[in-house]
Ligand binder design. Structure first.
Ligand code: COA
Length: 188
């Protein structure tokens, strides 16, 4: 018997890599996971570290859709867990890029748990991750701006400047006196 292998040319895909602004909705990502025994702590709830790992992946996917460049997590804002997610429940993670600055992008994440048997969903937590796009030499590179359209997207876009200044101050990369956007909240 003779086996013939045919080579099939892969389809040519042109990836959009221009710097035109992109709609926030274009980066919208939904990720689902099932809480298995190996994901839980001794109370039978999803471990915070496992959830943060999944959130990092969901945030990365949103950023990858927005800029199409390799990117790295540079900062994660405080995450407070409102409700534990139980063993056997479904985890829903939504991520969307809120705003791009020069080389960095802020991603907003929302997390819910779902008990599919009892048919109810509950909020777990919300967070902001910041990513930086890198060039072939590992240096930060410019990313396309974000177009915020919905009421929620505009609110998140506007607040991103304040959150950025706060995290840069906390990281020791900005002097409080230079945080004009933050100061405007406190000035009468
Ligand atoms: C990402 C990295 C290459 C950037 O290098 P850097 O010397 O900090 O570069 P810059 O100071 O020019 O900052 C680059 C951008 O990141 C932003 N940034 C830096 N530190 C930040 C922080 N703590 N929080 C938010 N944004 C931050 C800067 O504001 C800048 O954004 P902008 O260009 O939009 O204004 C470098 O910080 C790094 O390698 N960090 C480690 C990343 C990592 O290991 N992640 C976890 C594993 S994936």
């Amino acid at each position: 018997m003779q086996i013939i292998f045919k080579t099939v040319s892969p389809p040519i895909i042109f990836v959009q890599k221009n710097m035109e602004a992109r709609k926030a909705i274009e980066s919208f990502t939904v990720m689902n996971e099932l809480v298995l025994p190996n994901d839980t702590n001794t109370f039978g709830n999803l471990m915070g570290g496992r959830l943060m790992y999944w959130m990092d992946i969901a945030a990365f996917m949103a950023v990858a859709k927005h800029c199409n460049f390799p990117s790295m997590t540079v900062s994660v804002d405080n995450i407070s867990f409102k409700n534990p997610i139980k063993l056997g429940n479904i985890v829903h993670i939504q991520s969307k890029v809120t705003r791009a600055f020069n080389t960095s992008m802020e991603v907003h994440l929302k997390v819910w748990g779902e008990d599919a048997q009892q048919k109810y969903k509950y909020e777990s937590n919300e967070a902001y991750f910041t990513f930086v796009a890198l060039d072939a030499h590992g240096k930060p590179r410019t990313v396309p701006p974000v177009i915020a359209e919905s009421e929620e997207e505009i609110k998140l876009f506007d607040g991103a400047l304040r959150r950025r200044q706060l995290r840069l101050i906390l990281a020791g990369k900005m002097k409080p006196m230079d945080a004009t956007e933050l100061k405007s909240i406190f000035s009468i």
